[in-house]
Design a protein around this ligand. Structure first.
Ligand code: A3P
Length: 325
């Protein structure tokens, strides 16, 4: 690939290759060749997400009225996808139930996989009704080039890495049937930048240091849960969309954890069914919308591990984990 360099390929450890490993493939560590980001670190991807990188990602056509929602996996992106879509679609919760959130606000980096396993049209994302909403986990240096000239609005959400670590473990193990190892092994993978989309710290911090980018709103999962009304209003304002108190309440209600967990257009259930079929290993599947609380790591991490994560984070930043200020 001309614009990215593959530094390393890490073979999946799956013993009996399944449809899942065929579609998603091994993990690769790649670096961008874009000089604008020359000092940005390499990142780890699922190989299947990178097919046709030039055509589908680097050269993707961007419009000024696009909205790009960005966050490391398990940072609350699905919840924000639903909120953003409703803000830009007249707060129409009935219409929201007519299609999957992952297609209304398309998961950008998953598109290659969707295209391959579900036969979704290759130009589906080009033709989405505008304003288009995309959700992506991509590190900043791998976004489409036109982002930097067209400058659409971006919303970045992050979450305390310790809760991300727990949540990602369950997702990889129980949804993606990935050979994730023990919980402790998975923690090591995060701390050593060896799991999907890592490095985590740089993912978050590099979005905070994009040069000359006025059009970005920074949110956290923690503040979203603590003050959903406030975050909804802040987001609507950022998207230049008026909102009434009644509409705020409607969104709060629609995006309640219990409701989103039951709602077939937000809970990823049919992808789970698909992943189950592909993986063919009869392993139980977790809810994608799993627990929805702040501080879940306290139930699963030792004091020592918590300290390790906090020190690891503090090596790079004075930002409090999960907080903007
Ligand atoms: P947990 O696994 O800790 O429960 P993403 O969508 O970025 O992958 O993030 C997934 C995390 O957001 C999961 O965290 C999930 O349960 C949580 N989440 C999804 N919808 C939610 C909601 N309506 N309210 C609270 N948390 C939600």
């Amino acid at each position: 690939m001309e614009h990215i360099e593959v530094l390393e390929e890490i073979k999946t450890k799956i013993q009996n290759p399944t449809g899942m490993s065929e579609v998603f493939g091994d993990r690769v560590i790649i670096k961008t060749k874009n000089p604008k980001f020359k000092d940005f670190p390499p990142a780890m991807f699922v190989k299947g997400f990178l097919q046709d990188y030039e055509e589908r990602v680097k050269n993707f056509k961007v419009y000024e009225d696009d909205v790009w929602l960005i966050g490391f996996p398990r940072s609350g992106t699905t919840l924000m996808q639903e909120i953003i879509w409703l803000i830009l679609n007249d707060y129409d919760v009935e219409k929201a139930k007519s299609a999957d959130t992952y297609n209304r606000a398309q998961w950008f980096d998953f598109f290659n996989v969707l295209h391959k396993i579900q036969g979704v049209d290759a130009d589906y994302m080009d033709k989405m009704p505008r304003p288009r909403i995309f959700k992506t986990h991509l590190p900043v240096q791998f976004l489409p080039d036109q982002i930097w000239t067209v400058k659409p609005k971006m919303i970045h959400i992050h979450r305390d890495v310790k809760d991300v670590a727990i949540s990602l473990y369950h997702l990889r193990k129980n949804s993606f049937h990935d050979d994730v190892g023990t919980m402790e092994e998975h923690f090591e993978q995060i701390l050593n930048d060896r799991t999907w989309y890592t490095p985590y710290r740089e993912h978050v911090l590099n979005y905070q240091r994009i040069p000359d980018y006025p059009n970005i709103l920074y949110l956290t999962y923690e503040e979203l849960l603590a003050d959903k009304a406030g975050v909804i209003k802040q987001t609507a304002k950022f998207l230049n969309t008026p909102i009434t108190e009644e509409q705020v309440q409607k969104l709060i209600d629609h995006s309640k954890f219990e409701k989103m967990q039951k709602n077939k257009t937000t809970n990823m259930q049919h992808y789970h069914e698909l992943f189950n079929q592909l993986s063919n290993d009869n392993k139980p599947t977790d809810n994608f919308i799993r627990k929805g609380i702040v501080g879940d790591h306290k139930n699963a991490m030792s004091e020592e591990t918590i300290k390790r994560f906090d020190e690891w984070w503090a090596q790079r930043t004075t930002l409090k984990p999960g907080y903007n200020k």
